[in-house]
Design a protein around this ligand. Structure first.
Ligand SMILES: [Zn+2]
Length: 122
């Protein structure tokens, strides 16, 4: 999908209460598909979301990492432990890890971004 077209749909659909018939429309389906399958659209939409939340996404290797780290934090910016939705953690020391959801604070430290392959500096 063209990014311009996507932006138009995004402003129409994003964070709105949409009636059933809109959610089932082809236009909405195309919008959803673009978020999941078109990297340019995904990156733009994610940047918009993180900007709106005041999250400093520019210091991350890619939007996927920025978004997953954002989702790992609560409203106060603290790490949510043992939340099954969280798939990556970032610590203040610049360490990244995959949390093991075993009820404790176990995690597997990673050295490369699982999405873009960038070496994660300490
Ligand atoms: Zn990355």
């Amino acid at each position: 999908m063209e990014l311009e077209k996507f932006k138009e749909l995004h402003y129409k659909f994003f964070e709105k209460e949409l009636p059933e018939e809109v959610l089932e429309s082809e236009e909405y389906e195309a919008y959803e598909e673009a978020i999941h399958e078109d990297e340019t659209c995904y990156n733009w939409a994610t940047a918009e979301k993180l900007k709106a939340k005041g999250f400093d996404y520019e210091s991350y290797c890619c939007m996927m990492m920025a978004d997953k780290v954002f989702e790992s934090l609560d409203e106060d910016g603290e790490i949510k432990y043992d939340d099954p939705e969280v798939i990556i953690n970032k610590w203040d020391e610049g360490l990244y890890g995959i949390p093991v959801h075993n009820g404790g604070a176990t995690m597997v430290v990673i050295n490369y971004c699982p999405w873009c392959g960038t070496k994660l500096s300490k």
